[in-house]
Design a binder for this molecule. Structure first.
Ligand SMILES: Nc1ncnc2c1ncn2[C@@H]1O[C@H](COP(=O)(O)OP(=O)(O)OP(=O)(O)O)[C@@H](O)[C@H]1O
Length: 246
């Protein structure tokens, strides 16, 4: 199972947001997309979800260009959580999560309940979405993606609004989804989370792919200095590394 970009170039407005990006992501693993503000992370994630038309090159699921997949088929296979997701309808938390089954046109009660449990939403299930805190809303929208049981879970900064406990729970859930065969692709600003939890890291700078490989290579001190302009070194053991700057 693979999701790939080949020589992908995307212009957004007058800006070349991505230039000549080629990579291949495997199912059954967690990929982190990292880079400074404006580097093209969200653009790449949207393109891999089939939501942006390339100016050149292509994004493909297995051998099929995403541009050729029917939107409902694509939505069934690729779940996408945008960076600033909003709630269009003021429905209850449980009903919002149920909307994740729309591409399947079924109730999928088991998947819905499993997503509600995974994101610890049981106590909030009857709450109107308009009354949720930022982190509660983020968990609900992520549960909606998980309820669709996509082969690919693409999430733009899914941990940013979550407290530590919910970050740990979500990372465990994403790891178990990957162990079950799903491909997980996350935009992450926290390089320690990428180092400790991803199998594969892509680093973007000014729309170009600078590094593509295992976290210890893609997030080396040299690359951090080049891309973020920060002197930093890693401490600790693999899987529990901390980044010290300065
Ligand atoms: N809707 C848009 N219209 C025009 N330009 C855009 C649009 N969205 C993004 N851009 C530009 O495209 C480039 C890449 O943006 P993108 O959102 O992919 O960056 P990012 O790496 O996700 O940044 P951040 O870390 O700040 O979220 C930036 O120069 C940005 O200003």
């Amino acid at each position: 199972m693979s999701l790939s970009a080949s020589d992908l170039t995307i212009r957004r407005g007058d800006v070349p947001a991505l230039t000549g990006v080629s990579t291949s992501l495997s199912g059954g693993s967690i990929t982190a997309i990292c880079g400074p503000n404006g580097a093209g992370k969200s653009t790449l994630l949207m393109a891999l979800a089939g939501l942006l038309e390339p100016s050149a090159g292509a994004a493909a699921l297995e051998a099929a260009s995403l541009a050729c997949l029917h939107p409902r088929v694509r939505a069934r296979r690729i779940g996408y959580l945008p960076q600033e997701a909003s709630v269009a309808w003021d429905v209850s938390v449980a009903n919002l999560v149920r909307l994740g089954r729309m591409p399947h046109r079924d109730r999928g009660e088991e998947a819905v309940e499993s997503a509600i449990t995974a994101l610890d939403l049981q106590p909030l299930r009857h709450r109107p979405a308009s009354q949720l805190s930022g982190g509660e809303k983020a968990r609900t929208l992520l549960a909606r993606v998980l309820a669709g049981e996509p082969e690919w879970i693409l999430a733009d900064e899914p941990l940013a609004a979550l407290d530590l406990g919910h970050q740990v729970t979500l990372l465990r859930h994403l790891r178990s989804a990957a162990n079950g065969g799903a491909g997980v692709v996350l935009v992450l600003h926290d390089l320690a989370q990428a180092m400790n939890h991803a199998d594969h890291v892509l680093v973007l700078k000014e729309g170009r792919l600078i590094a593509d490989g295992p976290p210890q290579d893609a997030l080396s001190s040299e690359i951090i200095a080049d891309v973020w302009g920060v002197t930093a070194r890693w401490l600790g053991e693999p899987g529990a590394r901390a980044l010290v700057t300065g």
